[in-house]
Design a protein around this ligand. Structure first.
Ligand SMILES: [Zn+2]
Length: 225
């Protein structure tokens, strides 16, 4: 990783942080972002810093055990959850964790986003499973997502927030946007009745189109986990 490309990644992480904060996908100092630099180094957001106001030099570099290699702040407490995702998905290079309020509202009310309802979401993400509740900022998060994250690029952590993976930090961020937009549509649909699921044959066709166009990452299907 050259110095220049690391500085580009630092700018990208800060830009994603600003967008997450501006779009109400996180509040105050919530959420965290990381990018894989190489086999054992990760650029990540420090704890207790608003994602809306980060400067490139605020970011820290952590190793694969969660220890700090460089930077002034503390490694985010959720980094162990990110590490579980990187371990399960060597094909992915970025992890974004947020508290998207509409997706979270569905989770709090006990609804899952696992059903394939919206074709655009099936195309981009497949289904979005929900991991069991885990105490935030503890290693429980890593244990909760480990079984699911090998099968999908986006997962809801029950009553806590989202984890999205990407081939780069914008890819992971766009999956977060997509997830929250889908949640908003599902909430609106629930005003009028029960959302209608896509027929399995239609889901198969979408997944085939996805493959044709080489969409990155894995599509989750409820039968995967
Ligand atoms: Zn969180």
């Amino acid at each position: 990783m050259t110095h220049r490309s690391e500085s580009v990644l630092r700018e990208a992480v800060c830009e994603v942080g600003r967008r997450m904060y501006a779009r109400n996908l996180v509040a105050a100092t919530d959420g965290n972002i990381s990018v894989r630099l190489d086999d054992d180094r990760y650029l990540c957001t420090p704890s207790a810093v608003s994602k809306g106001y980060m400067k490139p030099e605020d970011l820290v570099i952590a190793d694969g055990a969660g220890g700090k290699i460089a930077g002034g702040g503390k490694v985010t407490t959720e980094f162990t959850t990110h590490l579980a995702a990187y371990e399960a998905r060597p094909d992915m290079a970025a992890v974004v964790h947020a508290h998207p309020p509409k997706a979270l509202a569905l989770s709090v009310a006990g609804y899952t986003m696992e059903d394939c309802v919206l074709p655009e979401v099936v195309y981009a993400l497949g289904g979005v499973p929900t991991a069991p509740y885990a105490t935030p900022a503890t290693p429980e998060g890593a244990a909760a997502i480990r079984d699911l994250i090998g099968h999908c690029d986006a997962v809801m952590m029950d009553r806590h927030g989202s984890i999205t993976l990407g081939v780069d930090v914008f890819d992971a961020y766009f999956k977060l946007e997509k997830l929250e937009h889908a949640a908003e549509t599902l909430l609106l649909a629930r005003l009028f009745g029960e959302p209608r699921r896509l027929e399995p044959s239609e889901v198969d066709k979408l997944l085939a189109v996805r493959e044709t166009y080489g969409v990155s990452g894995k599509p989750f299907r409820p039968t995967d986990a």
